[in-house]
Write a protein that binds this ligand. Structure first.
Ligand code: GFP
Length: 795
């Protein structure tokens, strides 16, 4: 882009001058964006040319979420220009961080699922592998969260601007998607073919985002589809204005409320648009060698949302290319693979057959035929009725998307060892027995380029000073830091950086939410999507216990702690919203109590997103990873905290298990039930929270206070929380694990008394974190599933 700081400054100021408008931060942002983009465009073109010339196998990763976060700063980091630009701008009196603050991050994801997809995109490009993403361009993204009287409110996130957008419209690649209509058999030149009569057409227009890999050599593509009215729908069977409105709705929001049928239809429309547009686009590039599809491309479906890719690929091969069923099935099931991210019943997508039948009639027929043939083969193998039922794709008028995804894929993976074992031995036992070599594990990862090199440039610099810069390319080399965990000056520097990152977070919160935090307190951070199993409720109940103890016991004056919460609740998820309300209520009470406030402070960070995470994670002392064992498939926040030297308080769940394995339990605070215990209780229905309450005075008191409404605002909130814990049987074992959690917190306080030892443990965590880089995960997917070949960039 520019060979020196002076050259950068000159180009930058020339461009500013040439605009002839008033100088402002916005203008500086615009110019920097354009300059970076010019460079990326060249690299992007070159990468695509290389892919075409080399005919290398391409991977397409289809996902309903891509939580990419802000782009400008990360691109500068990956291009290796960040420091040069920062210094150059400094000399011109402009703060790069202030320019970065102007960028609204696109809220195209909800949690771990979407962030994982974004980390994978970064790793693919950085490893110079030909891998691209397909997603949806939600106009309002995931909602922006505010609190009003402690309750969550939701507004659309308006991330799309008039100019300098992160993506580029590709009108030339638009495709039409048919909904509804009737399936007709028509005579074609090559025999009978299927055609949809009178469908409602919607145009899917792609917008491309360049994904810049490390050193800027490889630039892959993230292609997002937007729904628009189609020219082919001149005579829709409804008022045109209604059609226009309904069409715009399709890519309006991520996860529309699906409690009503209209919401279900909307979600299905989204899923089909994503699958059909992506597959039409992929196939148009590989038309000439469809027989070789499994050798020339791999398609990964991220969770079941894109599972319609299976029948859609079948439809294209059969209807558009006149293939017979067997040939189409053979190619489809050697091209598609599937990642499962959860065993929660509620998250295993199921659609009523009649919905798919009416919205996607041809797709429904194909799913029916896949199911019929599969059942037939199972019957021929002599399977009993119970196994047949479990393995059926369509059961009692419901289509089970996870079964469809497994049957239609050549490989299926879980996202951490424990999760994969649970899948194989319990949740998908019969499927695993039916397809013995299909299931495998790929433990998740995070890109160290965003979560360490970008988010914590100071720590990244310290690491490089100690062990050289090779770890950036080979993150497992972070293990060399192990030797520095005994080096006093290194530990001191680490502590100073932690304090600095705390100050930066404090400054950010002061500016955003007008909150003042004590920098010398322990920063204990619980950030993730709100869900029962993630147990934000257990955290807040524990804080209430601490408060009670401080008030009751004049000798109990613990070291000051700030408990941070951050996360959004799905708009229709009542439980999660009640917990949010409760945390805000408890926060008001604790924070306004002059005695308690000296020891406890609760901060609920509004509108948690990637940008907030980049402030929070580097500043953390303690990482809360406290899900009910067996429920969190992996977790990736746990890895980000560890890489920034925070210590984990966590259960034996998901990737926590592997984190403890790597760093040693002596460098973490492990507590709570094991997955087998939880699953045994569930199986035998033998957990009774009343027994806990009756046998534990402290918990009994807590419950009494809850019943009285001491900790909640309004009876409804109190009744709801008590109802969950008592009458609903405490489904996430909050009371069961509460005392063990409290003890682990006591151990944290003990350990924090020795700051050098604490720093040592932090450094051991960083040293053990390299294996959790998504570069490792992607390399494993590539070796075992996709079989991609590196395409070295010219640079
Ligand atoms: C889901 C699972 C997590 C897992 C991610 C990525 O994330 O355990 O780490 O997918 O595989 F629950 P959330 O969307 O729930 O954060």
């Amino acid at each position: 882009m520019f060979s020196s700081k002076e050259e950068f400054k000159k180009t930058f100021t020339d461009r500013i001058e040439s605009k002839g408008t008033e100088k402002s931060l916005e203008l500086a942002h615009e110019i920097l964006w354009e300059m970076t983009n010019d460079w990326i465009q060249e690299s992007w073109k070159r990468t695509n040319q290389l892919y075409e010339e080399n005919h290398e196998k391409q991977l397409y990763y289809i996902s309903i979420e891509f939580l990419i976060g802000r782009v400008l700063g990360q691109n500068l980091i990956n291009l290796n220009f960040y420091n040069l630009v920062k210094e150059g701008l400094d000399e011109l009196g402009i703060e790069l961080s202030e320019i970065e603050e102007l960028e609204i991050e696109p809220g195209l994801g909800n949690g771990g699922l979407g962030r994982l997809a974004a980390c994978f995109m970064d790793s693919l490009a950085s490893l110079e592998l030909p891998g691209h993403g397909y997603g949806l361009r939600y106009r309002g993204g995931l909602f922006t969260q505010h609190f009003v009287n402690g309750n969550q409110t939701e507004q659309p996130t308006n991330w799309i601007k008039d100019k300098n957008n992160v993506d580029t419209r590709r009108e030339d690649l638009a495709v039409d998607i048919p909904y509804y209509g009737e399936v007709q058999l028509v005579m074609g030149l090559d025999g009978m073919r299927t055609k949809i009569e009178n469908p409602e057409w919607v145009k899917a227009v792609p917008y491309d985002i360049p994904i810049v890999g490390a050193n800027g050599g490889t630039v892959n593509t993230l292609r997002l589809w937007q729904a628009e009215v189609s020219n082919r729908s001149s005579s829709v069977g409804k008022e045109y204005a209604v059609y226009e409105r309904e069409t715009a709705h399709i890519t309006d929001r991520l996860y529309p409320d699906d409690s009503l049928e209209t919401g279900k239809i909307l979600r299905l429309k989204q899923q089909y648009l994503l699958c059909s547009a992506s597959l039409q686009n992929i196939i148009s590039n590989h038309k000439s060698s469809l027989e070789k599809l499994p050798e020339s491309i791999a398609i990964q479906i991220n969770d079941t949302h894109p599972a319609l890719a299976v029948p859609e690929l079948m439809r294209i091969l059969i209807d558009d290319f006149s293939w017979d069923w067997e040939r189409a099935w053979d190619v489809t099931t050697r091209t598609i693979s599937y990642t499962n991210h959860t065993i929660l019943e509620e998250a295993m997508e199921k659609w009523d057959s009649h919905l798919i039948q009416s919205l996607l009639p041809r797709i429904f027929l194909i799913i029916e035929e896949i199911d019929r043939r599969f059942k037939e083969s199972l019957q021929n193998q002599g399977k009993d009725d119970e196994t047949l039922r479990k393995l059926s794709i369509i059961e009692d008028g419901v289509i089970k998307m996870a079964v469809l995804a497994v049957v239609g894929s050549y490989r299926v993976n879980g996202v951490a060892k424990l999760h994969t074992e649970i899948l194989k031995k319990r949740e998908m036992k019969e499927l695993n027995e039916q397809f013995p070599n299909k299931f495998h594990n790929k433990t998740n990862g995070i890109t160290h380029r965003r979560w360490l090199i970008k988010a914590n440039q100071e720590l990244s610099g310290l690491v490089t000073e100690a062990i050289g810069s090779q770890w950036m390319k080979e993150p497992e080399r972070l293990s060399e830091l192990h030797y520095f965990s005994q080096n006093q000056s290194f530990l001191q520097n680490f502590q100073e950086i932690k304090s600095l990152k705390k100050e930066q977070l404090i400054h950010h919160l002061q500016r955003d939410q007008n909150i003042i935090v004590d920098p010398s307190s322990i920063f204990d951070i619980h950030i993730k999507r709100f869900h029962g199993y993630k147990r934000q409720l257990m955290n807040i109940l524990h804080i209430q216990m601490l408060y009670d103890r401080i008030k009751r016991d004049s000798t109990y004056r613990p070291y000051p702690r700030t408990f941070f919460f951050g996360g959004k609740a799905a708009p229709s998820y009542h439980f999660a919203k009640q917990v949010i309300k409760m945390i805000n209520t408890v926060a008001t009470k604790v924070n306004n109590d002059p005695l308690a406030r000296q020891h406890l402070h609760i901060v609920f960070v509004e509108n948690y997103n990637v940008t907030q995470a980049e402030y929070l994670i580097p500043a953390a002392d303690v990482s809360e990873q406290i899900s009910t064992a067996s429920k969190e498939a992996s977790g990736t926040g746990n890895m980000k905290f560890m890489m920034n030297g925070a210590l984990t308080i966590g259960t034996f769940d998901g990737a926590n298990v592997e984190i403890f394995e790597q760093v040693g339990q002596e460098n973490a605070f492990v507590f709570g039930m094991r997955a087998e215990q939880v699953m045994d209780y569930e199986k035998n229905h033998s957990y009774n929270p009343k027994e806990i309450i009756e046998s534990d005075v402290e918990i009994e008191k807590l419950m009494e206070e809850l019943v009285k409404g001491d900790w909640t605002e309004g009876k409804a909130n109190a009744d709801f929380i008590v109802g969950q814990l008592l009458h609903e049987g405490d489904p996430y074992f909050v009371l069961k694990d509460l005392q063990s959690y409290a003890k682990a917190h006591e151990k944290i306080l003990d350990a924090y008394e020795n700051p050098i030892k604490w720093a040592e443990m932090g450094v051991e965590n960083i040293a053990a974190s390299g294996i959790f880089s998504s570069d490792r995960t992607i390399q494993q997917y590539s070796d075992d599933v996709w079989h991609l070949t590196k395409v070295p960039s010219i640079y």
